[in-house]
Design a protein around this ligand. Structure first.
Ligand SMILES: [Zn+2]
Length: 499
């Protein structure tokens, strides 16, 4: 395989794990990236003789695998790790939304930028991103009603788009319709403006744009009209919809009853994705399989919030396509795709008391190509194949050593983790190295996030355990430690850190 266009990068001496359905599962070889950031050629053994005239990345025998795809994320939550640590879904959401009432567009920009850089640093190169709604809702589970918290200007949404764009993460921007916040025409007009903003050349012109979607909100809606309007904008703007559905066991009858709203609106089908789908009835599973709607599974989040175990084995057996997401950084507090795969895998095996119900290969595919498929972007991302974006991770299974390799995929999925992740590449360009995004914006994002979330917390009458100022000085001590004698183990949290 070869072509005439200029080569931007040649990766050599890699243990390649392409993640494609066709071809070998793994091989030792090389990969070439064109100047458009796409893979132009790959193969076993030595690269073409002229390859060394181009920039070369010597993988030194380390694993090169597809960047992970998170099919369900909320990147603005990056400043809320550890929040409501022992709460279930509704009080946890409430705790966040009360805070976000006090945030402005620039706060959302920095929070989303930080969250996006965190994904890249952890090997996630594409994400479906539910942006925080332009209307802050305070959901009351006791009445199953949404209470209007605050209506924000358009920039509140568009600056979140800018956050993912500036970070260099590939993203599907998911926009909530907020139809219950005002007259229909106004709501539809606003949604149209946001779709246009996401598709504007300054954002979509870079090839990291993966599309636009509706943040399905029927689960919190008061009437079936929400489902009808979502179906309407899906058709009108040619966008998908992902709805959080039957995520928690609380108020299950009310939640389940709303499934018919989507079905009656004609929304079910490959373009309506069901996020979580932890507690469906048999009839719902059957109907979703029949309609071809995919399910998006968030194993870490479902555990952290005590939501339940989505029986993914049952859905797959019914013929439903399943993708995997890392969800909020406030409920999947470490955006670690390896840990997410393992939690998911182990929860299914424990649930079914059978280790053969789901394989390491299955969860890897679900967090890469499978997620790309359910998002409708598998023509561009999800596997290392000629013509696709060169989005990959460099993972050294020998540092720290994971020992002899019996099975390459099993070592990658079961024995590797963030500690083995050396670098992340998007479009053949290095965007993160050793757990840190390479952009000069990264350091500022840390400081901006800390200060802005602290300000919002104070406005809401809350106090952080560790102040933004203490956070910076703690990091400064970390830099000292990294340079010389003392190891990071010498780091101690500021006074009152565990209060
Ligand atoms: Zn979610």
């Amino acid at each position: 395989m070869s072509r005439t266009a200029p080569i931007a990068l040649t990766v050599v001496d890699a243990l390649l794990l392409p993640g494609a359905d066709a071809g070998p599962e793994w091989f030792f070889g090389w990969l070439q990236v064109g100047d458009d950031g796409r893979i132009v050629a790959m193969g076993p053994g030595e690269p073409p003789p002229d390859a060394h005239a181009t920039p070369v990345l010597d993988a030194g025998g380390a694993i090169v695998a597809p960047g992970f795809v998170s099919a369900h994320s909320h990147l603005f939550t990056s400043g809320l790790r550890g929040i409501a640590p022992d709460s279930t879904l509704y009080p946890w959401v409430r705790s966040m939304m009360e805070l976000f009432r006090h945030t402005e567009a620039e706060d959302m920009y920095w929070a989303t930028l930080h969250g996006s850089l965190d994904f890249l640093a952890n090997g996630v190169t594409s994400a479906y991103n539910f942006m925080q709604s332009g209307v802050t809702w305070l959901y009351d589970p006791s009445t199953a009603r949404n209470v209007l918290g605050r209506v924000h200007p358009d920039e509140y949404t568009t600056r979140q788009m800018d956050g993912t764009v500036d970070a260099g993460l590939r993203a599907v921007h998911a926009i909530r319709l907020d139809d219950e916040s005002g007259p229909e025409e106004q709501v539809l007009e606003r949604f149209g403006r946001m779709v246009d903003a996401a598709r504007a050349p300054e954002r979509a012109g870079r090839d990291q744009h993966l599309g636009v979607s509706v943040m399905g909100a029927v689960q919190w809606a008061a009437a079936p009209r929400t489902a009808e309007l979502e179906a309407l904008v899906m058709r009108e703007h040619g966008v998908t919809d992902q709805a959080h559905f039957v995520e928690t066991a609380e108020g299950l009858d009310v939640q389940r009853a709303k499934f018919a709203w989507y079905d009656d609106a004609g929304a079910l089908g490959p373009d309506l994705l069901l996020g979580h789908f932890v507690h469906p009835t048999d009839a719902m599973v059957h109907r979703v399989a029949e309609a071809g709607s995919p399910v998006v599974w968030q194993p870490t989040s479902n555990g952290r919030l005590g939501s339940g175990v989505a029986d993914v084995v049952r859905y797959r057996a019914a013929g439903i396509d399943v993708g995997i997401g890392l969800d909020d950084q406030s409920c999947t507090d470490v955006s670690d795709p390896w840990s997410n795969m393992r939690l998911g895998l182990y929860s299914q095996r424990a649930l079914h008391q059978d280790a053969a119900v789901l394989s390491a290969r299955d969860v890897l595919r679900m967090h890469t190509l499978g997620s790309a498929e359910v998002l409708g972007v598998a023509d561009r991302v999800g596997s290392l194949e000629v013509g696709k974006h060169a989005d990959f991770v460099l993972v050294d299974h020998r540092a720290p050593s994971t020992g002899p390799v019996w099975d390459v995929v099993a070592t990658y999925v079961l024995a590797c983790g963030l500690r083995n992740l050396r670098a992340t590449y998007v479009g053949g360009r290095c965007v993160a190295r050793d757990g840190r995004a390479t952009t000069p914006l990264a350091e500022r994002a840390d400081a901006e996030l800390a200060e802005r979330i602290e300000r919002a917390a104070h406005a809401d009458g809350r106090r952080l355990a560790v102040t933004a100022e203490q956070l910076v000085s703690a990091r400064a001590r970390g830099v000292e430690a990294a340079r010389g004698v003392a190891g990071p183990g010498r780091l101690t949290a500021p006074e009152g850190a565990r209060a």
